[in-house]
Design a protein. Structure first.
Length: 185
């Protein structure tokens, strides 16, 4: 909960609850507490994979994995303002998310990151962003304070990270750098 509070204070736009080892009941309980922190703030709260839990816990949306229900099914059966993000590792994945009316796709891995396969690199990210434009792509994988700007410069609408945002001090340091970068653009 401390990380979620820090993300709200740092004005991080999206927080994803990604607790793959917890039971559905525990994710629901956690999401309910987290949504009390994010409600009426600029920070939107998503649940990984489980649109049903996201809806039941009254959070802002879901982030779909390759094994989730399709964005099309979620879009057809959930409230209009329900945010849908989708994981993508190929241009085809990105275009499927776009065509199924997801709100954005994460594209990964951009840089080297443990246990996520070979990095796709900035040139591939540039190609995907150009092909999907104006559909928002969020760069994921090995993103840190030293390389996030390069992902934005090649077309990503934002960045996502796990290790970068798992420490409150690092989260605030990143948020400051990101605001500085945005104001210089």
């Amino acid at each position: 909960m401390d990380l979620i509070k820090a993300a709200v204070e740092a004005e991080i736009s999206l927080v994803q609850i990604r607790e793959k080892q917890l039971s559905a009941r525990r994710v629901f309980e956690f999401a309910g507490k987290a949504s009390q922190i994010t409600r009426n703030t600029a920070t939107k709260l998503l649940i990984n994979d489980r649109a049903d839990i996201a809806l039941a816990a009254d959070v802002d949306g879901v982030h779909l994995t390759a094994d989730s229900l399709s964005a099309k099914i979620i879009r057809q059966n959930f409230p209009e303002n329900f945010i849908i993000g989708a994981s993508a590792h190929t241009l085809e994945d990105v275009l499927r998310a776009k065509n199924e009316a997801a709100d954005f796709a994460t594209f990964s891995p951009i840089f080297s990151t443990p246990n996520k396969g070979e990095a796709q690199g900035l040139e591939k990210l540039r190609e995907v962003c150009a092909a999907a434009k104006p559909f928002p792509i969020v760069a994921l994988g090995g993103i840190d304070e030293t390389n996030f700007e390069s992902a934005i410069k090649v077309g990503a609408q934002g960045v996502a990270a796990i290790r970068l945002f798992n420490d409150v001090e690092r989260l605030f340091r990143f948020a400051g750098k990101a605001r500085e970068f945005e104001s210089s653009r």
